[in-house]
Design a protein around this ligand. Structure first.
Ligand SMILES: [Zn+2]
Length: 346
């Protein structure tokens, strides 16, 4: 068996370690409070405003990568330093690419858990009032409307076996409901019952159609973040999510891969070959990596200790230092941890 080690950034073993580390937070602090997906928006002024004559955004992956990186740092700072949701216990994000553009999955653990009655203050799944906040209304209708799919557009990419895989259109409900196994059922009021309705020109196949949109199609968002960043930012409360392991895995699934082959017997499992065959690096991901931006950050740190039985650690030596290495073997991380533990009350 040929192994692709976890030292290869973005490899399956590398991403698996992040999943395990995320579960370390879950063991210590319980479920994360917020699950945020932040998607790059090429319509950002910081990208479009810096194009040279004749250029399109697809020509400038350097601008896209730098701008997304800055905005990602900004969003993390708003949460952990400006405490827009209260003080944070821990946080982490992973970046991945789909259809060539970056998006980040962010998990946030707060010191004070979000109470069911507070969800409406943080997350909305409704069209905002166009009279009160026209800017937010514009951002939400541009970025946070799912589809259209189902009967309006049967060929939408979300459609699997004749249904929307993201469960749209959602049911209209008067009050946010928690206590379900998954995400809460967010308030989506009926038109005329506190809800709004609008007509949007949306792409269906190759044509533009005017479609009536009500709250059933709104992807849950946080008004403050949407207004600041003018992008697709899905915010979910995960307090009642049963399978938190699923989310930790999902967040660290890594970028798109595809590989298939038709062959009868294949006795050797070669992870390196499988990874190289399936891996597809978009221009944007390439630029991101060349610029040395990380695909994962978190706080507080999680350190893996090299676990071994007593006197069972690995020792490296050469003929010259054999005696010395045997007499006083270098400390492994776990031995150093035990030593620290003896005189450090922490
Ligand atoms: Zn759909």
């Amino acid at each position: 068996m040929v192994i692709l080690p976890s030292t290869v950034t973005g490899s399956p073993r590398h991403m698996h370690e992040y999943t395990q580390d995320a579960m370390t937070y879950v063991r210590k602090y319980g479920r994360p409070d917020l699950f945020i997906t932040f998607t790059c928006n090429t319509a950002w002024e910081e990208i479009g405003g810096h194009l040279l004559p004749g250029q399109k955004t697809v020509n400038r992956h350097d601008l896209i990568a730098r701008d997304f990186k800055q905005k990602l740092s900004k969003i993390i700072n708003l949460i952990r330093k400006s405490h827009i949701y209260g003080e944070t216990q821990c946080w982490m994000y992973s970046v991945e690419w789909q259809k060539g553009l970056p998006h980040a999955h962010i998990l946030i653990w707060l010191k004070q858990k979000i109470q069911p009655t507070e969800i409406d203050n943080i997350i909305s799944a409704e069209l905002p009032d166009p009279q009160i906040d026209p800017l937010l209304f514009d951002t939400i209708t541009k970025n946070m409307i799912h589809g259209p799919c189902v009967s309006v557009n049967k060929n939408s990419p979300c459609m699997i076996d004749g249904r929307c895989s993201k469960h749209y259109p959602r049911a209209l409900v008067q009050e946010t409901q928690t206590g379900q196994v998954g995400y809460p059922v967010y308030r989506r009021r009926k038109p005329g019952d506190g809800g709004f309705i609008t007509k949007l020109k949306m792409r269906v196949g190759s044509s533009l159609q005017e479609i009536k949109i009500d709250n059933r199609w709104v992807v849950p968002y946080n008004p403050l973040l949407s207004k600041i960043f003018q992008a697709h930012i899905n915010v979910e409360s995960c307090n009642s999510v049963k399978s938190i392991k699923y989310i930790c895995k999902y967040v660290h699934k890594g970028s798109d891969q595809a590989v298939f082959e038709l062959q009868k017997n294949r006795p050797i499992i070669d992870e390196v070959e499988a990874f190289q065959m399936g891996r597809y690096i978009s221009s944007n991901e390439a630029v991101w990596r060349i610029l040395g931006f990380s695909i994962h950050e978190r706080y507080p740190p999680v350190v893996h200790l090299s676990v071994h039985l007593e006197n069972g650690q690995r020792i490296y030596f050469n003929p010259a230092n054999l005696q010395q290495q045997l007499l006083s073997p270098p400390k492994t991380t776990i031995l150093a941890f035990f030593e620290q533990y003896q005189h450090d009350p922490f």
